[in-house]
Ligand binder design. Structure first.
Ligand code: SF4
Length: 328
């Protein structure tokens, strides 16, 4: 019997800015406007170069939501010659493409015009739904309004953007909320067919945040949630767990089939205290029932359907071929 295939993407993590208009109680990423709050082009270039050197195929761009709404941020952008973070991100996506890395951007809540402009230079994009519930940890975070997030995910579907979303587990939601969140994602996928993977990310408490002492999801409940997701979501939508925050070996046995981005050369800037395991370690963790295989940030079925911009066509084709050869 063939072994199950567990996928991952070799990436570099680029947190363009830590400035964000939201105030999530669990956040250890957000910082005020000040020195170092915006990655400069040369810093981004150095990370991209290292990614290319170490065989990465994905450049994950992520940043605080709508930082332009925070007073003082415009001057930071001005210093790099830009007026908007999205224009800056587009420019850096082109730098990634030039070095042979496929951009995947997670920019928070966006409208359809903004999504479309980023889609021209991205192989895939993402936005965590987190939860459909209104939870106290999201008070003060307009961007965490579930309707706004579902609207962004739906707009991505209309635009045929291969998309990643997910749930953040343990932020005040109930078991029923998790079911509702998964069903909401399923409904959008049934309509547009654009969801590649659903991340089930466990909230990890960070020092100095409003939820530093909060309890995390218990292993048995985590496993149950993975099983639930596998039951609710269509088979073509991968259930992803983060191997630097959770026990991948256990959760793969519970039904998870993707380990998301794993970086050989950059840290998880959202959870900096949790280094990624080495790929060989993960390979051993999923064996012997399953084998670990590399994928691109755009899944093969979206490559076949041509759901990528013309700017990326040669690179998508070349990297798809490279991945196919690796697996023969
Ligand atoms: S949206 Fe993200 S970066 Fe902004 S406060 Fe919430 S968790 Fe932090």
């Amino acid at each position: 019997m063939p072994r199950r295939r567990i996928t991952f993407s070799r990436n570099v993590f680029l947190p363009l800015t830590t400035v964000c208009r939201n105030r999530c109680a669990y956040c250890g990423f957000r910082r005020p406007v000040g020195p170092g709050c915006l990655m400069r082009p040369d810093e981004v270039g150095a990370v991209l170069d290292e990614g290319a050197r170490t065989g990465c195929t994905e450049a994950l761009f992520t940043f605080g939501e709508r930082p332009g709404e925070v007073p003082g941020f415009a001057a930071e952008l001005g210093a790099v010659g830009e007026e908007s973070i999205l224009d800056y991100c587009r420019r850096l996506c082109l730098d990634a493409i030039e070095r042979g890395l496929l951009p995947h951007t997670n920019a928070g809540v966006l409208d359809e015009v903004e999504l479309e402009s980023l889609a021209e230079v991205n192989a895939s994009m993402g936005l965590m739904l987190e939860t459909t519930a209104r939870v106290p940890s999201h008070e003060g975070s307009p961007g965490k309004d579930p309707e706004a997030r579902l609207a962004t995910i739906e707009a991505a579907g209309r635009l045929r953007i291969p998309f990643t979303t997910g749930l953040l587990l343990g932020i005040g939601e109930t078991a029923a909320d998790r079911v509702e969140s998964l069903e909401a994602i399923r409904a959008l996928h049934r309509r547009y067919g654009h969801i590649q993977e659903v991340i089930l990310q466990n909230f990890a408490p960070q020092e100095g945040t409003g939820m530093a002492g909060a309890a995390t999801i218990a292993p048995a409940e985590y496993c149950e949630t993975v099983r639930l997701a596998r039951e609710v979501l269509p088979a073509e939508v991968a259930v992803q767990v983060p191997p630097n925050l959770a026990d991948a070996a256990v959760l793969v046995r519970c039904g998870a089939d993707d380990l998301g981005g794993v970086s050989p050369c950059s840290i998880d800037h959202i959870n900096p205290d949790h280094p990624w395991p080495a790929v060989d370690e993960l390979r051993r963790a999923v064996a012997p029932d399953a084998e670990l295989v590399e994928r691109l940030c755009i899944h093969p079925r979206f490559v076949e359907r041509g759901w990528y911009p013309t700017t990326l066509a040669p690179l998508v084709r070349r990297l798809s071929e490279q991945i196919r050869e690796q697996q023969q």
